[in-house]
Design a protein around this ligand. Structure first.
Ligand code: FAD
Length: 452
């Protein structure tokens, strides 16, 4: 149990905020959870977006850390994806496995996961002495540090203020808590929009509710500067996302240009989505922007800390944004447990230990766009990948492919994964040069013998 029932305001009841609220309450804190949206369990869906996410080992581990049984419940119905399915221009499909030993990342509906986490809060409240207070439609406008922390927010049109011992900001990319924190500390901060727009489309199930393409693969139509992907949903449908530069998307401004573009680049996706739907999507659906946001440090004394997208917003190409946010939760809870009577030390240790890892995953996420949209069709990449896999299978203790370290090994930090993979890449390069050298030497020897 924790220091004298300290009270905490968690700002943001998204994926990360809901999980940290549960974790803190289980450690004995008195938690109030604020979100500007209405309750996701009852809210009418106003957006056309229905993103599904890939959850992998770092996410699982954090959920299990908070509660093993809860993890099972909230992840019920996830669909394992054991690899990528690459669709070429002619509609041929080629499978590329992710793991060496059957590992998989898993598709889950983002909204459903959020609803499940809020349900878990209600389940916790049903038996807990100190319940988690949920305040929806509460737009936080600032937090102010004094003896504790004052949370200023607007609820039902009325300005309100609550006082808590500390706050955790899990209020996403445009975090208000981060803005307040920036006034308190010398925070390094950078934000960059990537020239990439995304649009979501829906692939309905087959007539009998069946999957029309393999549900256990992440489908990719890689076309170098743009791509289409699709992840399966439980009901036989898929959520498909188009990623491309803004200029390209803006140039696709009439049914004719859209039809020509899709027939040229994604012929086999047309019968899956439907041409009318594709045109409707490109002309009327909301377009998403992608941004990389990095900052450090993440806390002010023992009063305020930011986690999740509020602290690190990354492009979605490694499928790690939420997984990394969940890992933030686990690491923060572990440190609070370790320094249970000294929150300031726990928060400082969090900021110190997390910065390098977050920087590493942000870079990896950006780099992975090239891998997904282009490298996956290059023969050099495929050769290296094969060699990487062979070495990983032969010497699993000594050779671990980067994707495996990031997605399936939560015991290896992101920064260590990068360091380790750089060494392996160097060895692979030497091996390639060695192979080229041997071929050249062999050819020279052969020619020399023939000319004698
Ligand atoms: P958010 O989900 O943004 O939640 C923030 C919450 O704070 C919201 O509920 C919001 O209403 C609330 N809020 C904001 N401001 C205020 C305020 N002022 N007052 C009160 N409440 C406020 N990640 C993966 O791990 N795997 C994937 O496969 C993956 N795919 C993705 C695909 C796309 C296209 C995109 C865009 C992202 C993807 N991500 C993926 C990233 C993932 O969606 C995010 O990292 C994750 O949702 C971050 O969760 P969060 O709780 O930190 O922030």
């Amino acid at each position: 149990m924790v220091e004298s029932q300290a009270s905490v305001g968690v700002i943001g009841a998204g994926l990360v905020g809901a999980l940290v609220a549960l974790g803190l309450a289980k450690q004995g804190y008195t938690v109030t959870l604020y979100d500007r949206r209405s309750d996701p369990r009852t809210a009418q869906e106003t957006s056309l977006r229905s993103i599904n996410l890939a959850v992998s080992e770092r996410g699982f581990r954090a959920l299990r850390y908070v509660d093993e049984e809860m993890a099972e419940r909230v992840l019920e119905g996830i669909i394992p994806m054991h690899g990528r399915m690459i669709h070429d221009l002619d509609g041929n499909q080629e499978s590329q496995l992710y793991g060496l030993f059957g590992e998989a990342i898993n598709s889950i509906d983002r909204k459903k996961l959020n609803q499940n986490l809020i349900e878990e809060i209600e389940r916790f409240n049903a038996t807990a002495k100190f319940k988690i207070e949920l305040i929806f439609e509460a737009k936080v406008t600032s937090v102010q540090v004094n003896g504790g922390v004052t949370i200023n927010y607007v609820h039902a049109g009325e300005p309100r203020r609550d006082h808590r011992d500390f706050v955790v900001g899990a209020d996403g990319t445009y975090s208000v808590v981060r803005q307040s924190l920036q006034k308190l500390i010398r925070m390094n901060y950078s934000q960059e929009y990537i020239d990439m727009c995304y649009l979501e489309m829906y692939i309905p199930p087959g007539p009998d509710g069946s999957f029309r393409i393999d549900p256990n693969r992440l489908h990719i139509w890689p076309r170098k500067t743009f791509m289409l992907i699709a992840l399966a949903n439980q009901d036989g449908s898929f959520t498909s996302t188009f990623f491309g530069p803004w200029k390209l998307v803006e140039s696709l401004d009439s049914p004719k240009t859209i039809e020509f573009f899709f027939k040229k680049n994604f012929k086999d996706a047309i019968p899956l989505i439907g041409l009318d739907k594709i045109i409707e999507c490109f002309t009327t659906y909301p377009r998403g922007a992608l941004m990389q946001l990095n900052c450090s440090k993440y806390n002010f004394e023992d009063k305020c800390i930011i986690i999740g997208d509020a602290a690190h917003s990354m492009v979605p190409f490694y499928g790690q944004g939420m997984n990394c946010g969940f890992e933030d939760v686990r690491i923060l809870l572990e440190l609070l447990e370790k320094h249970r009577h000294d929150r300031h030390t726990a928060f400082d240790a969090y900021s110190e230990s997390r910065a390098e890892d977050l920087k590493a995953i942000l870079k990896l996420a950006l780099r992975n766009y090239h891998e997904m949209s282009s490298d996956v069709t290059s023969s050099i990449y495929l050769f290296r990948k094969k060699l990487d896999g062979v070495l990983g299978r032969l010497m699993p203790q000594h050779w671990i492919p980067l994707y495996t370290m990031v997605s399936f090994r939560s015991d290896i930090s992101y920064a260590d994964a990068v360091r380790f993979s750089q060494k392996q890449e160097q060895i692979l390069k030497w091996a390639e040069w060695g192979a080229v050298g041997s071929i050249l030497a062999g050819t020279a020897l052969y020619l020399a013998r023939r000319s004698k």
